[in-house]
Structures are given as structure tokens and as C-alpha cells.
Design a protein around this ligand. Structure first.
Ligand SMILES: [Zn+2]
Length: 220
């Protein structure tokens, strides 16, 4: 791609954002910038931004959006982001979307895509996950069941469900998402920058739609 695009990937937990972002970044050749990874990197490297963030966290405060944006722009000033990059995990709130918008000037432009999936589909997807604590193999009660229920195919270990993946916890996470992050889609939609894809399709079809969006220089 020749344009300088900030591609924003939106979607609820369980929509498959991380996987789709990885595939897209490899096939289009743009950097995949995950703010979660960035944050953990600064904290473990004890960088000046990491120390500043830690100060807020240790005093029980939220890390200010501008500090997260500083981390982000420190990352995207690297040569691999010169022609564009894909943002995953940011912005999470309308305030963050506004802060990001203030930092983006031509020739840079933003475009957002939302992977839309109904809540009950997400609950079924996430609550069906099982992992093996002995060898870390992953299964799914519906889409990738082990040969014997609750037994790891690879090592015979007893499969477990992560506390985070329990249906009531998933519903809680989804309601936080609907409250805080869903308005970010509205923010981009009002600016004519949003494309929505049906995340209830098979992952390959979702990927084709995202790829088409990323390569469509006229979109938005
Ligand atoms: Zn196992």
C-alpha cells in the first residue's frame, strides 16, 4: 500500500481480532501494533514511559491516555511503520479515539474496521474453550473437541476452562465492551471511516473481507 494509513481494528473479545491482525499484517506487509504488547514491553524494559506508567498504576490511578499515546507514537515512529500500521487494542474508549485523532495529520489518515459478532455467539465461542494445563494444548467443546471429553489428545491430561472463559465472566466482559468500546465504532462511523464485517462467517471469509478493506485505498 502506498497511502499512509492508520488501520484501526475493532471488535469484541472473542471476535478473533488478534488472529486476523496477524494474518493481515503478514499478507499486506504492514506492522501490527498491539498496545497491550507495547505496554508490557515498556514495563518490563523499565523505559522512561514504562516508569511513568508504573507510577500511576502503583498509586492506583489509571494510566492517562496521553501516556499510552506517547508509547504508541514512539513505536510507530520506527521504520517498519513508515507506510502504515495496524492498531489492535487501541482506541478502547471515545476519549482515546479523540486523543489519537488529534495526533494524526496528513498524509496520514485513519480507517476503522469492526468485526461484528452477536454476544451469544461470542459467549458460546469463548465458554467452549478448554486448555491442557500439562502441555498447553487448546481445544473447543464444539469446534475442536478432544477425542475423549475433557481429556487432552496430546498428553492425556485433564482439560480445564480458564476462569476468564466462564460464560458469566464472558457476559460481564462483553457488557464492559458494549459500554466503553462500542461507542468507538460510532465515533468512526460518524466520520465516515468505519467498515463493518460480519464476524460470524468462517475465519477465512472474515479475513477476505478485512483484506479487501485494507487494500481498498478509496475506502473511507
Ligand atoms: Zn496435554
Amino acid at each position: 500500500m502506498t497511502e499512509r494509513s492508520v488501520l484501526v481494528l475493532l471488535g469484541p473479545p472473542g471476535a478473533g481480532k488478534g488472529t486476523q491482525a496477524d494474518r493481515l499484517s503478514k499478507s499486506v506487509g504492514i506492522a501490527h501494533v498491539s498496545t497491550g504488547d507495547l505496554f508490557r514491553g515498556h514495563l518490563s524494559a523499565n523505559s522512561s514511559l514504562g516508569r511513568a506508567a508504573k507510577g500511576y498504576m502503583e498509586s492506583g490511578q489509571l494510566v492517562p491516555d496521553d501516556l499510552v499515546i506517547d508509547m504508541l507514537f514512539d513505536r510507530v515512529s520506527k521504520p517498519d511503520c513508515e507506510k502504515g500500521y495496524l492498531l489492535d487494542g487501541f482506541p478502547r474508549t471515545v476519549a482515546q479515539a479523540q486523543a489519537l485523532e488529534r495526533r494524526i495529520a496528513p498524509p496520514w489518515r485513519q480507517r476503522a474496521i469492526e468485526i461484528a459478532v452477536p454476544d451469544e455467539v461470542l459467549v458460546a465461542r469463548i465458554s467452549g474453550r478448554r486448555t491442557c494445563p500439562k502441555c498447553n494444548a487448546s481445544f473447543h467443546t464444539v469446534s475442536l473437541p478432544p477425542a475423549k471429553p475433557d481429556v487432552c489428545d496430546a498428553c492425556g491430561g485433564a482439560l480445564v476452562q480458564r476462569a476468564d472463559d466462564q460464560a458469566d465472566v464472558v457476559r460481564k466482559r462483553l457488557s464492559v465492551y458494549r459500554e466503553q468500546t462500542a461507542p468507538v465504532s460510532v465515533f468512526y462511523s460518524q466520520r465516515g471511516l468505519l467498515t463493518r464485517v460480519d464476524g460470524n462467517l468462517p475465519p477465512d471469509r472474515v479475513f477476505e473481507a478485512i483484506l479487501g478493506w485494507a487494500q481498498n485505498k478509496k475506502a473511507g
